[in-house]
Design a protein around this ligand. Structure first.
Ligand code: C5P
Length: 397
């Protein structure tokens, strides 16, 4: 299970456009097993409704310091003590200024003064407001008080400006919550992860590929980053955004994957082969688009290199090598066979005959095999499973 399990997080939402991302943030925190209570400022309610936040958090949203029934259920001081972490996201320039000044004029600002818990903020505002000397001075004040400042990111803003001031993405905030409660188990380690499908060209417009979404590999990369590793993510074509901080290496074919894998593997402590590598490729790639001819087409395919076996059989600088096995039957037997035949140190097996897990799903269930040990990881989000895999890996590096 994720090390965020049972962590008590108060999410304080202030009034910025990025508030619309808070539903996703809460959902992801809950996927990791957190208990989340949401507190909203009055202006936050203009950007996302308390009802939405109640639906995703499963808890009544708190917004008033002076609400007798809420106070009777859990007084604001008790509430402030309940939290392991208070995360203010988005944190507008206004709430940052209030925090710096110690103003407590609503429930959120009061909790922030009353809490003994760790406090983090995710600034989100127009780039000019962020750059303003007043905001910068307030942030310096908060940093000096050990308040964690997460972000902001750079890029295009809702107002059309470009610059620093975007709230970090929900998955980035979750990973920062994770590192906040767990030591950086992979600090100083380099991990190379392959993810997604490969594409094997038939001609300039056609290819052979498979349904791999890359979600598991990307989740592994995200969790490795959150545990402090340096990550090379060698990825086939997927629609996912790479976690911030990874070195993304895009490839298409198995042969390109092999080349990049060997380059990075010898400089890595661990190599995780999560890519769904096509077993075969066309013997000859047609230079021009193939034309229709007759009712049948015979393609000659040749075997692709086994990337992970090549890494696992490196004679020098061989990294700890972890494979994946997606099977539809005899899962344990086939997975253990691959562990031995491919010379791996560990293999993560999943039963893809169950449509609730595996390809394209956000969930998965894995059994991890080593040569003398095994461990089952029950159905869970890919993020939570990826964290468990990374923690097992960290014990062995
Ligand atoms: O042999 P199979 O494809 O079932 O094995 C799966 C494992 O081997 C995965 O870790 C996958 O990334 C890796 N693999 C590889 N190169 C291939 C085929 C599979 O690295 N050509």
């Amino acid at each position: 299970m994720s090390h965020l399990v049972n962590k008590k997080i108060v999410l304080g939402i202030s009034g910025g456009i990025a508030a619309y991302k808070c539903a996703e943030l809460v959902r992801r925190l809950k996927d990791h097993g957190c208990e989340v209570k949401v507190v909203m400022t009055e202006s936050a309610k203009h950007f996302i409704t308390p009802l939405t936040m109640q639906a995703v958090s499963g808890e009544i949203v708190s917004d008033s310091l002076l609400d007798p029934s809420a106070e009777a259920a859990m007084g604001h001081i008790e509430f402030a003590k309940w939290a392991d972490l208070i995360l203010v996201a988005p944190a507008t320039s206004n709430i940052i200024a209030k925090m710096a000044a110690g103003i407590a004029d609503d429930l959120l600002t009061t909790l922030l003064l009353a809490t003994p818990a760790k406090v983090a903020i995710a600034p989100a505002m127009n780039q000019q407001m962020y750059a303003h000397a007043a905001t910068q001075a307030n942030l310096t004040t908060l940093k000096a008080r050990n308040i964690a400042i997460w972000g902001p990111g750079k890029g295009e803003q809702a107002c059309g400006d470009v610059g620093a001031g975007r709230m970090l993405e929900p998955h980035e905030l979750v990973s920062l919550c994770t590192t906040d409660v767990e030591p950086l188990l992979l600090a100083g380690k380099t991990i190379t992860i392959t993810a997604g499908p490969t594409r094997e060209a038939l001609d300039p417009v056609r290819f052979i590929s498979n349904h791999s979404s890359g979600k598991m590999g990307y989740a592994l990369a995200q969790e490795a980053i959150s545990l402090g590793a340096k990550v090379n993510l060698i990825s086939g074509p997927v629609t996912l955004k790479a976690p911030s901080g990874v070195n993304l290496v895009n490839i298409e074919s198995a042969e390109q994957l092999l080349q990049q894998a060997l380059t990075h593997a010898t400089q890595s402590d661990a190599f995780i082969g999560c890519a769904a590598v096509a077993d075969y490729r066309a013997a000859n790639i047609a230079e021009q688009k193939m034309k229709k001819q007759g009712d049948e087409l015979t393609l000659t395919l040749v075997k692709n290199p086994d990337v992970i076996a090549a890494v696992a059989n490196l004679s020098e600088k061989r990294p700890y090598t972890v494979g994946f096995a997606a099977e539809t039957q005899n899962v344990a037997q086939y997975a253990k066979g691959k562990l031995v035949n491919k010379n791996l140190d560990m293999i993560c097996a999943n039963d893809v005959s169950n449509s609730d897990v595996g390809f394209n799903s956000d969930n998965n269930a894995l059994t991890l095999y080593w040569h003398n040990q095994e461990r089952e990881l029950a159905l869970n989000s890919k993020a939570a499973l990826a964290l468990d895999v990374m923690k097992e890996l960290a014990k062995r590096l």
